[in-house]
Ligand binder design. Structure first.
Ligand code: PMP
Ligand code: GLN
Length: 382
């Protein structure tokens, strides 16, 4: 068997959700909303299943969705994309990321990654034969510095993989840091795979800055989005890729032998959704922000040290002050003995993990959050 996969543990999300089911726990681990998602978008999918075309669509995506991607990113990010040459639909952002990595990384190429690192990146970089160069981010700000980039980049750097807003920390990288990173990409002629699946889930009127819009990056960025996150329909697995034609062409070659196409009924519904009025997107983020504030206030009232969350469905707590030295043991005890699933952030580190941070998902109904808080109170003897 291939040791890359034979030795790989099951992802922390699956592990924690299984434990949550087994122990009848409140699942604040894996990131998915309680709410069923916008009814009109789901109705479109149903309608397209019944009266639409359900055979293989174009491997690049259905034309209406590719046009909607270009139009959506023009409206929200001021990007000008040619739908035919610069957009691609994949089966989830996970597939898009894999296709982008396989398309750009050659054996021996160095790939700069930031840890905490989303769990799918490293195995795929290794599959491609890439040599990971890790920059370690630390709480409470999780920012990188010029010295970090000096250490990580070299003439062998081929690709940088960035995630903004960052899962699991909820960090929205400010423009000046993206500009700093862009300068290194330009200097070392590197491609940026920019995982922007949380682009719409940003709080406190913060601005998500797409890497592609930074000077020097338009031709060297592969932008990855996810309809699952944009519409709170995480099971849908529709990935949205935008890149300059020379990059996109090669990404699409990798995509053609990963999944080839993506269900056309869901693509039609996402095309409809991307064209929804701006108010939908504003309301969505305000709703999540309210949930973030509710969970934050409840945790703080219990004495937890809550790290700031600027975006995503997640906030983090520092368990150091509780005298707990191991986030994995803490999360295991939490789910098996107290019925709350959470994610140990050390799972997002390949080396020298931070061990005192635990991620909680707040994309839940008030009742779920309140019940979770009650159990957390029990867990710390309050
Ligand atoms: N990247 C990041 C940073 C994510 O958080 C997620 C899912 N939560 C994905 C990629 C995968 O997205 P999809 O479900 O569309 O494959
Ligand atoms: N990205 C989601 C999270 O961070 C989970 C996705 C998955 O289960 N692979 O919770």
């Amino acid at each position: 068997m291939n040791p890359l996969f034979a030795d790989l543990p099951t992802t922390i999300f699956e592990t924690m959700s299984s434990l949550a089911r087994e122990h009848n726990a409140i699942n604040l681990g894996q990131g998915f909303p309680d709410d069923p998602g916008p009814e009109d978008v789901r109705a479109k999918a149903a309608e397209a299943s019944l009266s639409g075309y359900n055979q293989y669509p174009s491997m690049m995506g259905v034309p209406e969705l590719r046009e909607a991607i270009a139009s959506h990113y023009a409206r929200f990010h001021g990007l000008t994309l040619d739908p035919l040459r610069e957009t691609l639909v994949t089966s989830g952002a996970t597939e898009a990321l894999t296709a982008a990595i396989l398309a750009t990384v050659r054996p021996g190429d160095e790939v700069v990654l930031f840890q905490p690192v989303y769990d799918s990146y490293l195995p795929m970089v290794r599959l491609a034969g890439g040599v990971p160069k890790l920059v370690t981010l630390k709480p409470p700000h999780w920012h990188f510095t010029q010295e970090d980039l000096d250490r990580a980049f070299s003439p062998r750097t081929r690709v940088v993989i960035l995630n903004t807003p960052l899962n699991p920390t909820g960090t929205v990288f400010p423009r000046h840091l993206l500009e700093m990173l862009a300068a290194y990409c330009v200097k070392f002629d590197a491609i940026c795979i920019s995982d922007e699946v949380w682009e719409h889930v940003v709080f406190d009127e913060r601005e998500h800055v797409p890497v592609m819009t930074i000077k020097g990056m338009r031709e060297r960025t592969i932008k990855v989005g996810s309809a699952g996150k944009i519409f709170s329909l995480t099971g849908w697995k529709i990935g949205l890729v935008a890149a300059a034609p020379d990059l996109l062409r090669v990404v699409s070659k990798a995509h053609q032998f990963l999944t080839f196409t993506t269900p056309p009924n869901l693509q039609s519904a996402v095309a409809y959704g991307l064209m929804k009025e701006t108010e939908y997107f504003t309301t969505m983020r305000l709703d999540f922000q309210r949930s973030r504030d509710r969970l934050t206030a409840g945790l703080q009232a219990l004495g937890f040290d809550v790290l700031p969350s600027q975006g995503t469905y997640f906030l983090n707590i520092d368990i150091g002050p509780l005298g707990v030295a191991d986030d994995v043991a803490f999360c295991h005890r939490l789910v098996t003995e107290h019925g709350v699933a959470a994610i140990p952030v050390s799972a997002f580190y390949a080396q020298n993990p931070v061990r005192n941070v635990v991620r909680l998902c707040f994309a839940k109904r008030d009742e779920t959050l309140d019940a979770g808080l009650e159990r957390l109170a029990g867990a710390i003897g309050k």
